[in-house]
Design a protein around this ligand. Structure first.
Ligand code: PLP
Length: 437
């Protein structure tokens, strides 16, 4: 029996490559027909056939407050009445940049003095890398296997997210000389970090790292590893780019960096990238850093970057409203929900006798079908990936929407209250049984 989702997928595939505008949405690794979403509110999404699901995707992270928070929607509506796009500076941009800079701090440490707004996380990381190359006059970039930083040319080598989901080595269409500028090393390996700097140290412009890996499943940095990256890079005159596109404003008001500072792991990245939550569900991302680094961007400096829609007023309105509503209580609520749900997930899989781990990084968590939480990409890939599809579909049949890949984090929102969590918990045992088969 087909439903409206099947019909739409057929129509989509006739006109959109694979029927989707971003590969993981196609359900390639779990099979079946993607849900075409018609609306979303609070903790739920509703598909084109009218089925409503408790949502653990949260638009892949942005919906920190829950979908379509009334005050965020009102801010966007109000902004729209003044015009959709100006291509000129606005007061809202100044407010948002100031808010980002003020929030990302710990004691006297203030890594974000200047902020540039862009439209996507990909643009933020791409610009950060160009800036690091411009500042250092060097070309090489170090990235970690399984980390995802968007889809720009140099960043698709051994990337996470959809590249991991589709088990791709990288991407066609990236010129070999560009791929050769990216040195990919194992995550959480002090030895690999030391070795790459020993061999290429004076040619490395930057190390880019997810603040906590969350695109090969959730793989937290080992204690001290992010600090070691900062120390090693700085000792060789290279920059550290901390990618908080996914973690920024989601795991803590000051991002994963803030969480680590609070835990006593102190280090200073040179450039931090933001996305997802910072735009409150609208296309907006940002990069920030010390003034002397950021001022190398045009028009003050020689590193060019631009965008017709950069700092779009509707996106800025959504971002401002979201960040202002993201109070410590919001984080406390999401942290508690993550603790509760990850425990329930762990218990359900244990009861079903499935080898598993439930890795956590702040309020991010996910499932791994291996008896130990991975520390790197090779371990993440070695899990029993095939168990995820039946697990995913069993949850879906019980009205819970999980990310359609085992390599993605589960995202909670402030709209997931006791009733929603209880309903998700109730669905877990049957899904765990399905995964056991
Ligand atoms: N960096 C990280 C850590 C991400 O998780 C993502 C997207 O998932 C990106 C960069 C790219 O952001 P965007 O999809 O907005 O281009």
């Amino acid at each position: 029996m087909t439903d409206r989702n099947d019909d739409l997928f057929d129509a989509a595939r006739a006109v959109i490559p694979g029927g989707v505008n971003s590969p993981v949405r196609a359900y390639g690794s779990v099979g079946g027909t993607p849900r075409f979403l018609a609306s979303a509110s609070g903790a739920t999404v509703t598909d084109a056939a009218g089925a409503t699901y408790l949502d653990l995707v949260a638009s892949w992270g942005p919906a920190l407050l829950g979908h379509a928070h009334p005050e965020v929607v009102a801010a966007v509506q109000e902004s729209a009445t003044h015009g959709l796009s100006f291509g000129a500076p606005t007061e809202g941009e100044v407010e948002l940049a100031t808010l980002i800079a003020d929030r990302v701090r710990h004691g006297d440490a203030r890594p974000v003095e200047r902020v540039r707004l862009v439209s996507t996380g990909t643009e933020a990381t791409m610009t950060a890398i160009r800036l690091a190359r411009g500042v250092t006059g060097r070309d090489l970039l170090v990235k970690f296997a399984g980390h995802y930083h968007g889809h720009s040319d140099g960043l698709l080598a051994a990337a996470g997210s959809g590249v991991a989901t589709l088990a791709l080595p990288g991407s066609a269409g990236v010129p070999a000389p560009i791929a050769a500028q990216t040195l990919v090393i194992d995550y959480n390996s002090p030895e690999a970090l030391a070795a790459v700097f020993a061999e290429h140290g004076d040619r490395i412009a930057a190390v880019i790292v997810e603040a906590s890996a969350a695109n090969m499943g959730v793989v937290a940095p080992q204690p001290g590893f992010n600090r070691l990256i900062a120390e090693t890079a700085h000792a060789h005159g290279a920059l550290m780019i901390l990618d908080e596109v996914l973690t920024g404003f989601r795991v803590h008001p000051a991002g994963f960096w803030g969480l680590q500072q609070a835990a006593g792991e102190e280090y200073l990245p040179d450039i931090i990238t933001f996305g997802k939550v910072v735009g409150g569900g609208m296309p907006l991302a940002a990069l920030g850093g010390r003034a002397e680094v950021m001022d190398q961007l045009a028009p003050t400096g020689p590193v060019y970057q631009a965008g017709t829609l950069s700092g779009n007023p509707l996106s800025v309105a959504a971002g401002l409203a979201t960040l202002r509503l993201a109070t410590p209580e919001v984080y406390a609520r999401i942290d508690a929900a993550a603790a509760r749900l990850s425990d329930a997930l762990d218990q359900a899989l244990a009861d079903a006798g499935v080898a598993h781990a439930v890795p956590r990084a702040g309020n991010l968590f996910g499932v791994v079908f291996a008896s130990e939480a991975p520390r790197d990409y090779a371990a993440a890939q070695a899990q029993q990936v095939f168990r995820y599809a039946p697990f995913f579909h069993a949850m879906r049949e019980q009205g819970v929407a999980l990310p359609p890949s085992v390599f993605e984090a589960w995202f909670l929102t402030a709209a997931h209250g006791d009733a929603e969590l209880t309903a998700i918990e109730a669905a877990l045992p049957a899904a765990a049984e399905a995964a056991a088969r």
